[in-house]
Design a protein around this ligand. Sequence first.
Ligand SMILES: [Zn+2]
Length: 302
Amino acid sequence: LDRRHLVRRDPAELERLERHPEAGFVVVWRERSLVVEDGTARAALLNSADVQSLLDAETRSTLVLLGFEGELPRFAFDVSALEEPERHPALASAGDFLDLRQVAPRVPARDGNLLAYARAMTTWHRRHRFCGVCGAPTESRDAGHLRVCTRSTCAQQGFPRTDCAVIMLVHDGGERCLLGRQAAWPPGVYSTLAGFVEPGENLEHAVAREVFEEVGVRVGHVTYHSSQPWPFPASIMLGFWAEATSEQIEADPSEIEQAHWFTRQQIVEQMASGQLRLPPRMSISRRLVDDWLNPDPGSLSR
Ligand SMILES: [Zn+2]
């Protein structure tokens, strides 16, 4: 998706794009995404004719220009005000409103990205209708990428925020890594540790603090791996490998039910026997584990 931010401040161009015969509109209802399932699952994109009956002052205040696929504009807006969206003529046969967390493993990456972006932006609009400084209503600007307080003496600007979370595979520099599980998870499911970055903290400190808080293990060298947007509602997961400098596990029972050191061989064997289950392959948690199980030569010391 080409976000082409300069277009956001061009009202005439935005009006033209909204009427573009091949414009595509992603619709979100109460944080659920409109998805078509006909054998495979994909994002339901309405066209500009379809959406005219849905766009009123309220829904328009959440309208966002997401960007362009090639030259085709992609928008998103929120229809949460509808009590029964499936009864609306424009939505009746358009698809089903589903939880993106459940549907994400089944949609192509392009659709997943579009739905995630749309969900994050519409949620932000819903949660920032009033100014955090003076309490007056805010209004949308810049094609839905800015909200401004309507009280002229305040005029506070609000931009969509992304909360940083760290997620880390703790390893011992050799054959073992540390995985934990929460009590609410299905039996046998283990994952990497994770937590939010706190104000005033750098990412390395956040990794070390979260690991120590959750399992009582100290970590030293921290290596960045990769990241994944996590719009539930507004996070990005920053993935790391972290090398432990202590071994003894003391799990915080309020966060972690159990945590163990696993060797590579134990993970492979216990997954084959069904005793151990890891998060789905689309998740960064799984990528952190999979890449550690099958490292490129030298990558662990990168
Ligand atoms: Zn204000």
